[in-house]
Design a protein around this ligand. Structure first.
Ligand code: GRF
Length: 189
């Protein structure tokens, strides 16, 4: 059974979906949820399923304390699901090819610093894109630039708003993210 550790900063709908998916699987299990935000909804969601939570500060992330704590959980795969701080090199180096992120757009479009959450969907609508989608990619030291594992697109209509785009993206994330994680657990690790 492979061990998944999730980093999240926000509501945690993806984290909850991943926790639920792996509750009934023999391929993997979520061993902990780490968050830099003590008010993040993800913490309550994890607790509901009995998954241990760890809250840390930006300083603890940048000074190696978080790495030490993560190592204690012996994860096989680290999943960033709405994690808003820059992931650190010590963690990336400690888990080569074992840190992935989900980005709610078709990278390399709409990626980089400041491109998160509704900012992305607003930019997509303002740009009159005919499609958007999700990207699951390995994490390297630059925002949103690691090798792409999976992308799925969805068509946009002229009537779409940032809110309706967010809903379309949410559906794609719920459907694909756990399955792609499971494929990685089976094949790569
Ligand atoms: C998701 O859209 C994810 O792609 C992104 O941040 C959002 C997190 O949502 N990077 P949630 O916290 O999982 O509900």
């Amino acid at each position: 059974m492979k061990r998944i550790l999730i980093f999240a900063s926000g509501s945690g709908s993806n984290a909850e979906n991943i926790i639920k998916y792996f509750e009934n699987r023999s391929t993997g299990t979520v061993v902990a949820v780490f968050s830099n935000n003590s008010k993040a909804g993800v913490l309550d969601r994890a607790k509901k399923f009995g998954v241990p939570t760890v809250i840390f500060s930006k300083e603890e992330l940048n000074t190696g304390k978080v790495l030490q704590n993560v190592l204690g959980f012996q994860p096989d795969l680290i999943v960033l699901a709405g994690f808003l701080l820059k992931f650190t090199e010590d963690l990336i180096n400690a888990f080569p090819n074992a840190v992935i992120n989900i980005h709610p757009a078709l990278l390399p479009k709409f990626g980089g610093k400041g491109m998160y959450g509704m900012h992305i969907h607003k930019a997509v609508v303002e740009n009159k894109e005919i499609e958007t989608g999700i990207t699951i990619h390995y994490v390297n030291e630059n925002y949103d630039e690691g090798n792409i594992v999976f992308q799925q697109n969805v068509a946009l209509l002229e009537t779409d708003t940032a809110e309706s785009v967010a809903e379309k993206i949410h559906e794609l994330e719920q459907k694909h993210f756990p399955e792609i994680i499971e494929q990685l657990l089976i094949s790569n690790l």
